[in-house]
Design a protein around this ligand. Structure first.
Ligand SMILES: *Cc1c(COP(=O)(O)O)cnc(C)c1O
Length: 372
């Protein structure tokens, strides 16, 4: 197993740094419910993410569910199927109906040229995803939402630390939800945050993540338990100290992949978006079997045979999940369907050696030799 290369590997602070961070908890015995670490992390993240308001959660998924609830939505939510299970499940579990918009085949985010025709009198919100940290067409989405009186909630789980036109990505839309899961660029083991401008939304979110409790004898809303505990917040405080280095190390690996794979016929790489400061969260490669000479599954198998574990991320589309029992038709989003069949995300984490990145590229390029 020593040669096995996983698709991701969590960054961790030194053992000593984490122990130092949690030491005080043995004195305070304050382990959850808005403790000192929680408050410190909340302030540090609001600064780093460059947002006005922020609430922490026990995971990213519950932040999306409670954000949907805080917006008091009913009816249809326009979203994309090229995402993680969480986005669509949050909509359905909230009693809302997802309506799938196709994606732009270059940025993999919502194709706004196909968005307006999906709006009906039942539409209440738009839930786009900043896939792989690529920034959605935020201005166009804001314009369409304003014209139709719709709320906008961004799934920003992939976009930690991303900046657009010098501003934190969490500033766009009514709310933006981040995930701090162990596999993400920044993590708190499990965790998440919702960012917002409207203070009243923040008050509502804080209440909803604590069972809707509004004082010792008042429970005003049907909430959930979405609170982040002190051990997770402590991990976040440690990781936040090293976030600059984390992103820089990822950049070096991603640049290495790009140098080796850029311009190869039949491979499409993540776009370099103008005015975007990215976070190198993922390195997707899209294989056009005709031009490249091998399809995604062949490339994936070749890598796995050499102990490298890439991921078909996102495949299948969420609209094709068996849990939805054929309610949705993946063929209605043809670009998303094609990309999901052709994409492979390569292993990418801060400590991935550059020689390993080279080896991965060699295996990928060698797949062309079998072409007929
Ligand atoms: C990780 C992720 C989530 C869910 O976050 P958790 O913290 O794992 O609950 C939601 N959406 C996307 C796109 C994700 O990648």
């Amino acid at each position: 197993m020593s040669n096995f290369i996983p698709v991701t590997r969590s960054s961790m602070p030194s053992f000593e740094e984490y122990i130092e961070e949690i030491r005080g908890l043995w004195d305070s015995r304050w382990l959850t419910n808005n403790g000192g670490k929680h408050q410190q992390l909340k302030a540090g993240l609001a600064r780093y993410l460059d947002v006005e308001g922020l609430e922490l959660f026990v995971n990213g998924h519950i932040s999306i569910e409670l954000a949907l609830q805080a917006l008091s939505l009913r009816g249809e939510v326009i979203t994309t199927p090229f995402t993680f299970a969480s986005t669509t499940q949050a909509i359905v579990r909230s009693g809302l109906t997802p309506v799938f918009c196709d994606i732009d085949p270059v940025t993999y985010t919502m194709d706004t040229s196909k968005l307006e025709r999906l709006i009906t009198d039942r539409t209440c919100a738009i839930l786009p995803v900043h896939v792989y940290g690529n920034v959605c067409a935020v201005e166009k989405i804001a314009e369409i939402a304003a014209n139709h009186g719709l709320k906008v909630l961004y799934d920003a789980a992939h976009a930690f630390g991303v900046r657009y036109r010098g501003r934190g990505i969490g500033r766009f839309g009514d709310l933006s939800c981040f995930s701090f899961h162990a596999t993400k660029v920044f993590h708190t083991i499990e965790g998440g945050a919702a960012c917002f401008r409207d203070e009243a939304l923040g008050v509502r979110l804080a209440r909803l993540k604590d069972f809707g409790i509004n004082g010792p004898e008042a429970v005003d809303e049907i909430g959930a338990n979405g609170k982040m505990n002190e051990f997770c917040a402590a991990m976040g405080l440690c990781n936040l100290r090293h976030i600059g280095e984390e992103i820089e190390k990822r950049r070096r690996v991603a640049e290495r992949f790009r140098t080796r794979l850029e311009g190869v016929a039949g491979i499409q790489l993540n776009p370099i978006q103008p005015e975007v400061e990215t976070n190198y969260a993922y390195f997707p490669a899209v294989f056009d079997p005709e031009t490249f000479g091998a399809d995604r599954d062949q490339v994936s198998a070749a890598l796995e045979a050499q102990g490298v574990k890439p991921r078909k991320y996102f495949y299948p589309l969420t609209s094709a999940f068996s849990c939805y029992g054929g309610r949705f038709d993946p063929a209605e989003t043809p670009a998303a369907l094609r990309i999901s069949r052709q994409v492979l995300t390569l292993p990418l984490y801060a400590d991935l050696p550059l020689e390993t990145a080279d080896r991965i590229c060699e295996i990928i390029l060698s797949c062309r030799e079998g072409r007929k």
